[in-house]
Each structure stands twice: as C-alpha cells, then as structure tokens.
Ligand binder design. Sequence first.
Ligand code: ZN
Ligand code: ZN
Ligand code: ZN
Ligand code: ZN
Length: 254
Amino acid sequence: MIDDAIRVLAGDCTVIAEDTDRSEYRGRVTTIVKPDNTVLVHDIDGYQPVAWLTRAESVSSDRAGDFTLVAKKDTQTLRIAAHQQEGFAHYPASAAGTPVGTCPNCDGALVRSSGVHCVDCGERYGIPSDATIREERCDCGLPRMRVERGLAFDVCLDRGCESLDEAVREAFDREWNCPEPGCDGDLRILRRGGLIAGCEHYPDCDTGFALPAGIVDGDCGCGLPTFETGTGARCLDATCGRVGEYRVEAGVDD
Ligand SMILES: [Zn+2]
Ligand SMILES: [Zn+2]
Ligand SMILES: [Zn+2]
Ligand SMILES: [Zn+2]
C-alpha cells in the first residue's frame, strides 16, 4: 500500500511569502507539496525553488478561497493563489532507492533506501544498515542479503522466511565465556535492539556486547574474540584496549 502522495499544482500563480518581511511573485510556476509538508515553488530558472517552506505545520488546500494552497510554520506563511490552473493533482510517492531486484508478490521493483521496499505494492523489509544485497535469491523469490556478524551470513530479506538471529545464534551462542572476573557464564546471542552477546547470568551479571559488523579473525589479549571490520580490527568489547596483544605475540613468535 502506498499511502503517501506528492501534491503538485501548476499554473499562473501569485506566491506570497511572509515572515518578518513579505515577498510576492507571479509567474507560471509548479508547486510541490511533499508528504512531510515541505512546500517548494519552482519557476523556470535554476534548481532552486523561488519560494519554499520546509516541513510546514499545516498545508491547507482550499480551492474555494482565494488561495489554493496556504502553508504555515511558526511566523512564516506561504500562500499560493492560482489565477489559471494547469493542473492540481496527487501522485502516489515512495522513497527512491537503489534497485536491488524484483518483488515476488507483484513483480514491481524492489529498491533499497533505509530498508528494502517494493515501489508497486509497498511491501517493506527492515534490514541492518550494513547489509549488502545479493544477486542470489531465496526460494521465496526475494533476494538474499549478506550480513557480517562474526561470520558472513547470507539470509533472506524477510526475517520471517530466514532468520539472521537464528543463524547467528547457531554459530555463536555459548561460543564465548563471560570475561567478568569471577563469572562462569557463557555469552548468549540475544536481540536487544541489535544483536548482542550477553552473559547468561543476567541480571546478576550485566556483561553484554553489541555484535560488531565484521568477521571473527582471532583472539584478543582479554580472551574475547577479535573482529575484522571495515574500520580495522577490534575486540568484541569495544572498550577493550588489548586488541593488539595477540598480534604482537604472534609476531614475536615468527
Ligand atoms: Zn510488490
Ligand atoms: Zn525467503
Ligand atoms: Zn557474566
Ligand atoms: Zn579484548
């Protein structure tokens, strides 16, 4: 379902922008009202609107009154009166994103913006921001995504179809010991917003670490695993300063 629409008004208009001062324009302009109530009035020149109001508190379109559109925000008002109207319409709108495949439900285009959604039917799939979309498809027809959480996991975009959490749990649940002195707990894989490795003795022990986006590639001096990430090596514990120790020791042995 596409609920959001962009409103477009085109024609010979008078545009009055009022704040502490007042500007008036007249011309054949096209006004765009976005779903967040941003109003942009474009004339023939350049890329910049001749007048605008970002995220207005209200935008009323009253065809009966003198003004076709009135947008208000704090002390600012933008009024647009159409003397001769070429068109005034609502068009369905979606976020635009990188094309990543075809929707198995409706054959529409799947695009990635914040998540992945279908431009036609509006079906949405929330995905981690660091996920990369694969060419390979799941049996359900959706593309798979690759997400690095200790290992590279290739799972369906639809959590209900193939669960990233389950795959990570299978690989790393109870794989690491709680580093808290005197605690004999294992780290369990849990979802607390993001995926974390948290001590099984919670709430007696509140040790827990967000799983970094990266691949486990060794052991830290503290005993926890190290991850190779896009920004270099780090310990599962982001605050740990002993990441280098393992490597230095390995180097000495050479
Ligand atoms: Zn679709
Ligand atoms: Zn699937
Ligand atoms: Zn613990
Ligand atoms: Zn460490």
